[in-house]
Design a protein around this ligand. Structure first.
Ligand SMILES: Nc1ncnc2c1ncn2[C@@H]1O[C@H](COP(=O)(O)OP(=O)(O)OP(=O)(O)O)[C@@H](O)[C@H]1O
Length: 755
């Protein structure tokens, strides 16, 4: 081939490699016997012999995919001088479309249709230009194959993604140069990353740093650096894949966010970044298994990861080859709920004698590196660590020896990890405070039944502010979200009872900035599933509707705001009986470091932190009461009717199965006769169920009228309307000693920096 000199031959396909592997197993000594291959000719991308991959019927499992096709035995050629890409295959689908030369790189190697409105990943465009570029709709005619694999995976919904397993473009680009571009653009000049030098120097690290301080990059950069090193030395260029890194995440949302952040990081200035497979529950397992086969970086939540590991053939053996094990949000991951799976995963990673003997020889050939060659680097991160453990890690506490370690503790699991150094380095980036420096804290006292009212008042004062409301139960999220929506506030829900697709959509809606000038869905009502690691830009306010059950939860919830050096506020709404407990909890958070590092702790922390109560003018809040009561009644009515409908369906089908008659009214009467715990709630539910359509319509009309009224905030010509109140003006008037009552609504909120 005349042009061969100018072209780089791209890796043989995985299928070709597999067939060679089988021949070796056939026993031809050390060298595989390769039978003569049919000659390959240049073929147009749409004329290749794509094969449909069968997918299960349940659409919600597809992360925006409506079809998948695969292909094997295709070589991809790229002409460096023209940028043109061509495909060589011995079996084109349509012989007529075989072509004689390379296709223009403008040709659609991957079809890209922009129709459909499926979710295509988190949108943090405001935060990260690299991510923005990645998520921008792919232009027809762009050299789609030059995008990293992950980017291809996240193309639009109606597009049948053509995953070219094994047909990967490689580049001999100097990894150092690519890395330089990356760090130059993503790390501002003043950013001090010296705390993480142990990671960059290849040490095992247990890293503690405040929320929002950039831990993802701390492990993402060394992984990418290693990927580039291996790639530039052609170490992994034969298409064989043993994953380079495994990242464990406690929640699905965080796993997908890590995927997205690493994809953005890796696509920055790189023609061909690493492939990332994200294994989380709620999405198609088959698809994840396929992606896993060719992944450089595997991100997983413990349940799904263990399911895939234990079911797959050779998966454990491949994962044993990883060179990086990252445990993100370690204290959460290595504790409650996930303990068993994480223990299984760690055991499997350490096990020497994997049981997949059948594949052993093949795996050995397929996997380019072995543990002996590249001992694994382990990186463990969180903003919070158990105090005792933290002291031990910092070399200040007594080590009780393995026998004394509680079998349910993080320490126990840490003892299971084979660090490559005798003791991992403990890096505590912020020994003084676990909370971000730009965070302001305060609490609002009210009676339990008034929490909805105060929540509404607080949100009304912060209209067009991205706010996250935390509750302790799924039921509370289900109740509060429609309540706020009825009050005209743009609220969306997030809890683990939702379908995964709906969960991701909620995050996306919450994250998206409004393009129309109208407020977008800027309130996320969530359980603690949103407390850890989520990096959503410009969250200015975190409200704890229910009190966090533990100090670390307070840290992580509050850490959703004031990230990356920004300002933000965290406000707890609590009943009178909860105030003392809350003060203790928050003081504990502030004093936490005192126990870990007595010398460096600040005077304020030693004396005890006192979280301030925010004074809210109760006269004004009381004016918001009628609309809140009505909105709640409406929300409860809808929920009660849905619940009744579901219960009715359930009993009806149970009765059918038993062959007995079911009379819902009779059943109801029997149930009415019982009294006891929850009977008031049940009575309310019954009342709500009995409202007719007309009743509901009348309530809605009444609420509309109430919402249209302005609420006098006690200052001449200042009203709290659905458009909010001019808070700055109120504060200014207060400072200037203006109208009586001005600023009272906010009390000392200005100290929190709320605007
Ligand atoms: N050096 C840097 N300069 C500026 N911004 C950065 C830097 N490093 C990271 N960021 C940004 O800071 C934000 C927070 O980073 P990240 O999500 O990694 O925080 P984290 O420490 O993992 O927080 P959490 O403990 O809540 O999980 C991200 O949007 C990230 O892009």
């Amino acid at each position: 081939m005349a042009a061969q000199d100018k072209k780089r031959m791209l890796p043989a396909s995985i299928a070709a490699m597999r067939s060679r592997k089988k021949q070796k197993l056939g026993g031809a000594g050390d060298r595989p016997v390769v039978p003569p291959q049919p000659a390959k000719t240049s073929v147009r991308s749409d004329a290749l012999a794509w094969k449909d991959v069968s997918l299960p019927d349940r659409l919600e499992n597809y992360e925006g995919f409506f079809g998948l096709e695969e292909i094997d035995d295709v070589d991809v050629m790229k002409d460096d001088s023209t940028g043109k890409v061509s495909f060589l295959s011995s079996k084109p689908a349509h012989a007529a479309q075989v072509q004689s030369g390379p296709v223009d790189s403008g040709e659609e190697a991957v079809h890209s249709h922009d129709e459909g409105e499926e979710w295509s990943g988190f949108g943090d465009a405001t935060q990260n230009p690299a991510a923005a570029a990645m998520l921008a709709p792919s232009k027809k005619g762009s050299a789609a194959l030059e995008k990293p694999a992950k980017q291809r995976k996240q193309t639009k919904a109606d597009e049948p993604p053509k995953k070219k397993e094994g047909s990967k473009i490689t580049s001999t680009a100097d990894s150092t140069a690519a890395f330089k571009t990356l760090t130059e653009d993503l790390t501002p000049k003043e950013a001090d990353v010296s705390a993480w030098r142990d990671i960059l120097a290849g040490h095992d690290v247990i890293g503690k740093a405040s929320t929002g301080s950039g831990k993802t990059l701390a492990f993402g950069i060394p992984i990418l650096e290693r990927f580039l090193e291996l790639r530039s030395t052609s170490h992994r260029s034969n298409g064989a894949k043993a994953p380079l890194a495994l990242i464990l995440s406690p929640t699905r949302e965080l796993a997908h966010q890590l995927d997205k952040h690493l994809t953005a990081l890796c696509s920055h200035g790189l023609e061909d970044g690493p492939s990332i497979a994200t294994l989380t529950g709620g999405l198609s397992m088959q698809k994840q298994e396929r992606l896993l086969k060719y992944a450089d970086i595997v991100i997983g939540t413990p349940g799904r990861l263990w399911e895939v590991m234990s079911a797959g053939q050779g998966t454990i053996k491949a994962l044993q080859q990883i060179q990086f094990l990252v445990v993100d949000e370690a204290d959460r991951l290595l504790s409650e709920g996930h303990f068993k799976e994480v223990e299984e995963i760690l055991n499997a990673l350490e096990r020497e004698d994997d049981t997949n003997d059948d594949n052993e020889e093949a795996e050995e050939e397929q996997v380019p590196s072995s543990r002996g060659e590249h001992a694994r680097q382990t990186l463990i991160f969180s903003a919070t660590f158990d105090r005792g453990l933290q002291r031990k890690l910092a070399g200040k506490g007594k080590s009780g020896g393995e026998s004394k370690i509680d079998k349910d503790s993080m320490e126990y699991l840490l003892a299971k990890i084979k660090f490559r150094e005798e003791k991992p380095k403990f890096v505590d980036v912020n020994p003084i405070n676990q909370l971000a420096t730009g965070l302001k804290e305060g609490l609002i006292e009210c009676s339990g039944p008034e929490k909805d009212l105060y929540l509404y008042a607080l949100l009304l004062l912060h209209r067009n502010t991205r706010a996250l409301v935390f509750t302790n139960s799924i039921d509370a999220v289900r109740r509060i979200t429609p309540l706020l929506q009825n009050l005209g506030l743009p609220a969306v829900a997030l809890h683990s009872g939702m379908m995964q697709k709906a969960r991701l959509r909620s995050i996306e809606r919450f994250t998206q900035a409004s393009n129309s000038g109208k407020p977008s869905s800027s309130i996320l009502v969530a359980t603690d599933v949103a407390a850890r690691g989520l990096d959503i830009p410009n969250v200015k306010l975190v409200i704890h509707y229910h009190l966090p059950r533990a100090a670390d939860t307070y840290v992580h919830r509050s850490g959703r705001t004031a990230r990356a050096g920004q300002q933000g506020s965290s406000i707890l709404i609590c009943g009178p009986e909860e105030v003392a407990g809350v003060r203790r909890l928050v003081a504990k958070v502030h004093a936490h470091s005192a126990a870990a590092d007595e010398e460096s702790v600040s005077e304020a922390a030693k004396q005890g932190y006192y979280i301030r109560t925010l004074d809210i003018d109760r006269r004004i809040v009381s004016r918001l009461k009628p609309r809140t009561v009505l909105a709640k009644k409406l929300a409860d009515t809808v929920i009660a009717k849905e619940k009744a409908h579901k219960a009715d369906e359930f009993f009806r089908s149970a009765a059918e199965e038993l062959g007995v008659d079911y009379d819902s009214e009779e059943f109801e009467k029997t149930d009415n006769g019982r009294r006891g715990r929850g009977s008031k709630r049940k009575a309310n539910e019954r009342e709500a169920r009995e409202f007719t359509k007309a009743d509901v319509g009348a309530m809605r009309a009444e609420l509309r009228a109430l919402l249209a009224q302005r609420v006098n905030v006690g200052v001449s010509e200042k009203y709290l309307t659905s458009g909010g109140v001019d808070v700055e003006e109120l504060l200014r008037q207060k400072e200037e000693g203006g109208d009586k009552g001005s600023g009272e609504f906010l009390g000392r909120v200005e100290g929190l920096g709320i605007e």
